[in-house]
Design a protein around this ligand. Structure first.
Ligand SMILES: NC(=O)c1ccc[n+]([C@@H]2O[C@H](COP(=O)([O-])OP(=O)(O)OC[C@H]3O[C@@H](n4cnc5c(N)ncnc54)[C@H](OP(=O)(O)O)[C@@H]3O)[C@@H](O)[C@H]2O)c1
Length: 293
């Protein structure tokens, strides 16, 4: 039995399709099973929440492999980013050790470090450390930005692209190696098949090209066939504006500063697409996925 957390998310939903298709027995730890769509009748469901560690214990019964994707880049009413991305992973891996789980697959992020500028990447670094120190086989993926047409990030950009001027937070110079969610899911499936004696493996997941935030916005505009002048909004203005919005609207804010700040820090791997290729996956260029030349 494989326990998948984050099965309703961008990577999780893509991965779940593959796992179910190949006949893997999957249990999904979810807050709301309806968000699994039609696949909910083909998996076991464990109701749970990252902020509710007792829910991990039931979910882990009889499980050999955990794929832990659930995470958040904005605070939730029941847990901060630090609790959701850092402490919850530590608790999950501890519970997995106690339940005799053999393998723990975890998604960190490129550039995560305890001194990182962003809260999410500081929390990921601590989580990665907890996973690496655990007494079970672990596989860590550290991806650059992951995208798919219609995902929440590209949908937000598409909506903003209706404005006469396209706003970009800050200078837009941070560098990314965007990787398509389908390629990421292929990498996870391939890694799950690797029969290694290594106690800890780590894969950096990056697409085949390095693009700045501004490049990615331009590419999206081209794919939509919309010509818009870009307007760079100074970081302090974005930060103040989004913090105020979050204070006023709480979880229903269309964007938060913690999310926007992630677009101001580079997420690149010196190895480029080599780790994905080592798993037999050739990541696609963003332009090809979005249908742009
Ligand atoms: N997307 C990227 O660019 C990127 C880059 C680097 C690293 N990563 C990491 O890769 C992994 C997968 O990312 P993703 O883009 O697929 O994430 P995502 O689309 O944001 O999905 C997050 C998942 O976590 C679940 N979740 C959130 N809060 C939860 C809670 N309190 N309790 C239980 N489940 C909760 C969500 O479930 P609900 O449906 O209930 O909300 C959803 O299934 C994450 O660990 C992420 O940090 C992503």
């Amino acid at each position: 039995m494989l326990l998948l957390t984050g099965a309703t998310g961008l990577v999780g939903s893509t991965l779940l399709r593959r796992l179910v298709a190949e006949g893997t027995e999957v249990r999904c730890l979810v807050r709301d099973p309806r968000r699994l769509g039609p696949l909910r009748v083909r998996v076991q469901i464990a109701l749970g929440d990252l902020t509710d560690p007792p829910s991990f214990r039931n979910a882990l019964r009889g499980v050999q492999t955990v794929v832990h994707l659930a995470a958040a880049i904005r605070d939730q009413p029941r847990g901060s980013i630090e609790e959701l991305d850092g402490i919850a992973t530590w608790r999950m891996v501890e519970a997995a050790e106690r339940r005799g789980v053999e393998r723990f697959v975890f998604f960190s992020a490129l550039g995560a470090s305890p001194h990182h500028r962003t809260r999410a990447l500081r929390a990921k670094a601590l989580a990665e450390q907890a996973v690496g120190e655990a007494d079970l086989r672990s596989t860590v993926f550290a991806p650059s930005i992951i995208y798919a047409p219609g995902d929440p990030w590209l949908t937000l950009l598409e909506r903003m692209a209706w404005l006469p001027l396209m706003p970009v937070s800050g200078g837009g110079r941070a560098a990314f190696q965007p990787i398509w969610a389908e390629d990421v899911a292929d990498c996870v499936v391939a890694a799950l098949r690797v029969d290694s004696s290594a106690a800890h493996e780590r894969y950096e997941l990056a697409g085949p090209e390095t693009l700045s935030h501004t490049d990615m916005v331009r590419l999206l505009l081209r794919s939509l066939g919309r010509r818009r002048p870009l307007v760079h909004i100074p970081t302090p203005v974005v930060s103040r504006g989004l913090r105020t919005l979050e204070r006023l609207l709480g979880p229903s804010a269309f964007a938060t500063w913690d999310e926007a700040e992630l677009m101001e820090v580079s997420m690149t791997s010196a190895r480029g697409a080599a780790d994905a290729e080592g798993l037999g996956v050739t990541p696609q260029r963003m332009a090809a996925v979005l249908g742009t030349r």
